[in-house]
Write a protein that binds this ligand. Structure first.
Ligand code: G6P
Length: 610
């Protein structure tokens, strides 16, 4: 969603803010803006519709030099993408604010401020906050107090950064429900909605807690909690190389991230498994205790992470024999649910900031689940902080909006978790060893699939001029088909639908003709023979088939059946390996169609609003 950056420094902050915005652009990108204070003399602002590059052009024509500034990339919620709705918003000529999140009671506050004579130039909820702080500033005469008083009136989720030209040596920031991190520099300090924005200037970060308000100066950071107590927040170092946010030799982040999978899958398993066993303690000191009496697992997630949860359900029921339910967070949070005794609540999220997933977790904690486990990729995120047990995926920053390496590392972490749970439920040592050995083979097998890239690229040409497509899978490959369809629709804008292959005859077969390519994932499991019959049904209707099949599955290429042979893999780890060719297929179709692969239209990387 929206991204915010702020800086206070001896040096000119304009370049720091612009680079920060570029790095956040993947989150939301319909407009961008910046406000910079130059001494006490002036507060200057630039805002442009479109990508950060448009703002960069405007600023290079008309620089905004200064030592204190805030900046924003917007993904519209209240009001269309326009220059007037772009952040920063101002109250008068000297106060500016950027905001992430949603103010739910903005209409009521807007009406109130209007009757007091405040004039609104945008449709945003943010401008309401600007005027509210402006009004309180007049009474308090101090920015920190004005922000503190103002936020008591706000309902909803927000991270705010505020500056005032009368106080040119600091910014005031706060968070309630939206992420905010302080970047600690030497003689300069920064803030952002995501640490990624600040990696060129620091690798030391403090994560603000819910309700924190902070005064950020170049040589001092003061934080108070919700109760007004002065608090220290631990400084953590960013662990991944600071070039993670660069494309390097790759044309797109998505391709780079697809190719990173052997390495990050390995990183995710490292330290958690021996040659033959899962190290339960590596999942957390309380893991053994928490997993001992789990009788049911409730998985909650959104988007790609939801598909990871769907795969995990097959594993959990198969290997651990524990019943497992999976639901998208936005549905779960708004229905009455029956909680079975000793249910483990498992949230899966790349960002750890997805609003619906967090809301579901917060509800669950009140509802009395046994414990909350998070599978997450962002250290310090809200999800990580609010869960009892956390398994971090080690994917590193994922920039492409279409999730790739986050998904396969989620699956890796989920499989390791499943084995730990299964051990408490009678999984034999021999079976555990067999699967752990299969996990060790994953990086190599994924590399083998990446080596098929050129062939998959050639295959992608057949999709270029199509408007619809069908993805089929059975068993744990059904969610893989769903993920393949999601990738294709997200980045190539081709309508793609996934079906369990056995459902084909119950409807989708009516759509099959030569204009409807059918993609199928067919590892060599005990469903492969049934799947072959489904393929015949498609072929008999003139449908063109694209089959990713295990070498040993003996699916023969013939007229209208294109077969891509994949390495033989263990049935349990197959969903991880079979995801990769579908990622590459979507990527190449999107490149051929000339879409914006890393930032597809209308989508955001991190959905921090409902
Ligand atoms: C957005 C992203 C998806 C992601 C989903 C859930 O829709 O574009 O790639 O799968 O959010 O995000 P999360 O961070 O919770 O995994």
């Amino acid at each position: 969603m929206c991204g915010i950056v702020g800086a206070v420094s001896e040096r000119d902050v304009q370049g720091i803010l612009l680079e920060g915005l570029r790095r956040l652009e993947y989150r939301g990108y319909d407009s961008a803006g910046m406000a910079v204070i130059n001494g006490e003399s002036s507060l200057r602002r630039a805002r442009e519709v479109g990508k950060v590059a448009a703002l960069a052009d405007a600023i290079s024509a008309n620089p905004l030099s200064g030592h204190l500034g805030i900046a924003h990339t917007r993904w519209a919620t209240h009001g269309e993408p326009s220059q007037l709705n772009a952040h920063p918003h101002m109250s008068g000529e000297r106060l500016a604010i950027v905001h992430n999140g949603i103010i739910e009671n903005y209409q009521e506050l807007r009406d109130e401020l209007k009757t007091e004579g405040y004039v609104f130039t945008s449709q945003t909820d943010t401008e309401v906050v600007a005027h509210l702080i402006g009004k309180n500033y007049q009474q308090e005469g101090n920015l920190y107090n004005a922000v503190k008083t103002s936020i008591t009136r706000l309902r909803g989720a927000f991270a705010l950064a505020v500056v005032h030209a009368d106080e040119p040596d600091h910014l005031v920031v706060c968070r309630e429900g939206s992420p905010l991190v302080v970047g600690v520099g030497i003689g300069e300090n920064f803030i952002a909605s995501d640490q990624l924005a600040l990696l060129p200037v620091t690798d030391r970060f403090m994560f603000l807690e819910e309700g924190d308000i902070a005064d950020i100066r170049k040589d001092q950071i003061k934080i108070h909690d919700r109760d007004g107590q002065a608090v220290e927040r631990t400084i953590t170092r960013f662990e991944h190389g600071s070039d993670s946010a660069d494309k390097g030799e790759y044309r797109h982040f998505m391709l780079k991230e697809i190719y990173e999978q052997p390495r990050v899958i390995k990183a995710t398993m490292e330290g958690r498994i021996t040659e033959t066993r899962v190290l339960e303690q590596a999942l957390g000191t309380s893991a053994a205790n928490l997993l001992e009496n789990v009788r049911h697992v409730q998985i909650i997630a959104c988007g790609t992470s939801y598909h990871a949860g769907m795969v995990a359900r097959y594993w959990i029921e198969d290997l651990a024999g524990v019943p497992c339910s999976v639901e998208v967070a936005s549905e779960f949070r708004y229905r009455k649910h029956v909680i079975q005794p000793d249910t483990l609540f498992l949230c899966i999220s790349q960002s750890g900031e997805t609003a619906d997933t967090l809301a579901a977790l917060r509800q669950a904690k009140k509802a009395g689940f046994r414990a909350a486990l998070a599978i997450c990729n962002v250290p310090g995120s809200s999800l990580v902080r609010e869960s009892d047990l956390v398994i971090m995926t080690q994917a590193g920053p994922e920039i492409g909006v279409a999730s790739t390496k986050a998904f396969t590392t989620q699956l890796t972490a989920l499989l390791i978790f499943t084995l730990a749970l299964a051990r408490h439920n009678g999984l034999s040592e021999q079976k555990e060893a067999e699967i752990v050995q299969a996990i060790h083979l994953l990086p190599g097998q994924v590399s083998d699939v990446l080596a098929l890239d050129a062939e998959i690229e050639a295959m992608s040409k057949a999709f270029m001029d199509k408007n619809h497509s069908l993805f089929l899978g059975r068993g744990s490959q059904y969610p893989v088909a769903m993920e393949g369809a999601l990738k294709l629709k997200e980045i190539s804008y081709i309508h793609a639908e996934a079906y369990p292959a056995g459902e084909l005859k119950h409807g989708p077969l009516a759509l099959v003709d030569s204009e409807m390519p059918v993609v199928t994932v067919a590892p060599n499991n005990d469903l492969v023979e049934k799947l072959k019959s489904n393929l015949e049904e498609v072929r008999a209707r003139g449908g063109e088939l694209f089959v990713f099949a295990d070498r040993a599955a003996d699916v023969k290429p013939e007229e209208g059946i294109h077969v891509m042979q994949l390495p033989s893999v263990h049935e349990i780890t197959a969903p991880i390996v079979y995801t990769v060719p579908l990622q590459l297929l979507s990527y190449h179709v999107a490149v051929l169609k000339g879409t914006d692969v890393d930032q597809p239209r209308n989508l955001a990387k991190s959905v921090t609003v409902e």
